[in-house]
Design a protein around this ligand. Structure first.
Ligand SMILES: *[C@@H]1O[C@H](CO)[C@@H](O)[C@H](O)[C@H]1NC(C)=O
Ligand SMILES: *[C@@H]1O[C@H](CO)[C@@H](O)[C@H](O)[C@H]1NC(C)=O
Ligand SMILES: *[C@@H]1O[C@H](CO)[C@@H](O)[C@H](O)[C@H]1NC(C)=O
Length: 411
């Protein structure tokens, strides 16, 4: 009698409703007057808020959305299964399930308003088009000085990019983000490997960047151990002239089954069949249209956002984006990443990390001469240059700074 059962939990939840409504109404009210509603440390300069076109349907998206059975504002059902049978949820899971089946305004997720606004922005960017550089980090950026010179190379390029930083608030940042990074930290949440939190952070970055500036046209995800391989101008032109996203999309990877089944053997069904599941680098460059598709997706995200039951094959950030885009718009993607990485001889799940002593003009030259792997082999005659490279140890900063102007920023 005393142990909570689903019914008593539901009753408890219903009792809370008036309170929830009160808070929600209050939040919505302040939302109309100030962008603080997103709890964004970074100011949102534009006039974009959830008040914009409140009744507008996603007309250009609707064929895609309906083919995927995505309905805006409809709660999605979360099912977790092991060996084909639904798992009996524990109390915490149950309240999550109940909450996720409530109409979205009653949920307390601070991202909700942001995503609502983001899925309503226009797909077509305004001019001059900009690149959104989105840094996903849990530590102070070790290569901040290198990026600082990268972004400051040409004074005229100032209006061609925006910077966004997602910084896990559970870590300490002993020096504040400064220079080009100051005031660019978005409202962030904790991230950790083997969980959906990294993909959630990437989605949050996309949503902020979509809402922040209507001229953001390409959205690039960057890690703290990542460096640029070319000048900003060169990078801008490579990313902008394509009109396509660069996302590594690999079918038939050895690890695909284990990754697909990481939440239970049938957990991804029916939305994502094994043959639709894809693997690819965590680091991509998305067009504005695709960024909006990502933030509008609820159905696939509810699958990838489910917790893993097996952690050794749980890498949602390397599966969600390639799977989503290959299902929705493979023609709009170049199936490759432009972030160089060296897996030669690695078995521990971490790519090779370049140390200070290895850094020199020769290394940059080798990386620039490499060409990306295109999906499952068909490059369609393409030969795109790598624009970024990882991973570099923090002490590589000094040798990198020495060759920045003479080598890295010289195309
Ligand atoms: C923002 O809104 C105000 C008042 O509605 C308007 O005067 C201003 O031009 C708008 N700014 C932009 C960038 O649209
Ligand atoms: C949006 O779509 C729904 C369902 O298709 C329809 O009932 C509604 O009237 C539409 N709203 C607008 C503003 O077009
Ligand atoms: C990648 O790593 C292998 C093995 O450590 C090395 O031989 C190769 O030169 C590296 N490639 C580049 C482009 O640095």
């Amino acid at each position: 009698m005393l142990s909570p059962n689903p019914l008593s939990l539901l009753c408890a939840l219903l009792l809370c409703l008036p309170l929830a409504i009160f808070f929600t109404t209050d939040t919505t009210h302040t939302a109309t007057t100030t962008p603080i509603m997103f709890h964004i440390p970074m100011p949102l300069p534009r006039n974009i808020s959830i008040q914009e076109n409140p009744n507008k349907n996603l007309t250009s998206l609707s064929p895609l959305l309906s083919s995927l059975n995505i309905q805006d504002d409809k709660p999605h059902k979360v099912t977790t299964r092991v060996k084909g049978r639904p798992i009996k949820p524990n109390q915490k899971q149950l309240s999550t399930l109940l909450l996720s089946s409530l109409p979205s305004p009653l949920r307390q997720n601070p991202d909700d308003a942001l995503f609502k606004a983001a899925m309503r922005v226009k797909s077509k960017p305004t001019r001059p088009k900009k690149v959104a550089f989105m840094f996903l980090t849990t530590k102070p950026l070790p290569f901040a000085p290198l990026w600082e010179s990268y972004f400051n190379q040409t004074p005229t390029s100032k209006n061609l990019f925006n910077i966004y930083v997602h910084a896990d608030p559970s870590f300490s940042y002993h020096a504040p983000f400064s220079g080009v990074f100051s005031n660019r930290v978005i409202s962030s949440q904790s991230t950790r490997r083997f969980s959906p939190t990294l993909s959630a952070a990437a989605r949050r970055l996309l949503a902020h960047a979509l809402v922040d500036d209507m001229s953001n046209s390409v959205f690039v995800l960057i890690s703290p151990s990542c460096i640029p391989l070319h000048s900003l101008k060169f990078t801008y032109h490579v990313l902008l002239r394509q009109g396509k996203s660069f996302v590594e999309i690999l079918a038939n990877e050895e690890t695909a089954y284990d990754r697909w089944a990481a939440r239970g053997p049938h957990a991804m069904l029916p939305e994502v069949r094994l043959e639709e599941f894809r693997v690819g680098s965590q680091f991509w460059a998305l067009t504005r249209r695709h960024a909006r598709l990502v933030v509008s997706d609820r159905v696939l995200w509810s699958k990838f956002d489910a917790p893993c039951v097996r952690f050794d094959s749980c890498y949602p950030e390397e599966n969600y984006f390639p799977t989503l885009l290959s299902m929705w718009d493979p023609q709009g993607c170049v199936p490759a990443t432009l972030t160089h990485v060296n897996w030669t001889g690695r078995v521990d799940g971490h790519p090779r990390t370049y140390e200070a002593w290895e850094v020199g003009p020769e290394l940059i030259r080798r990386m620039r001469e490499d060409r990306p792997r295109y999906g499952d082999g068909n490059s369609d005659g393409r030969s795109d240059p790598f624009l970024f490279a990882r991973k570099f140890a923090p002490d590589a900063l000094q040798p990198l700074m020495r060759i920045a102007n003479g080598v890295i920023f010289r195309d």
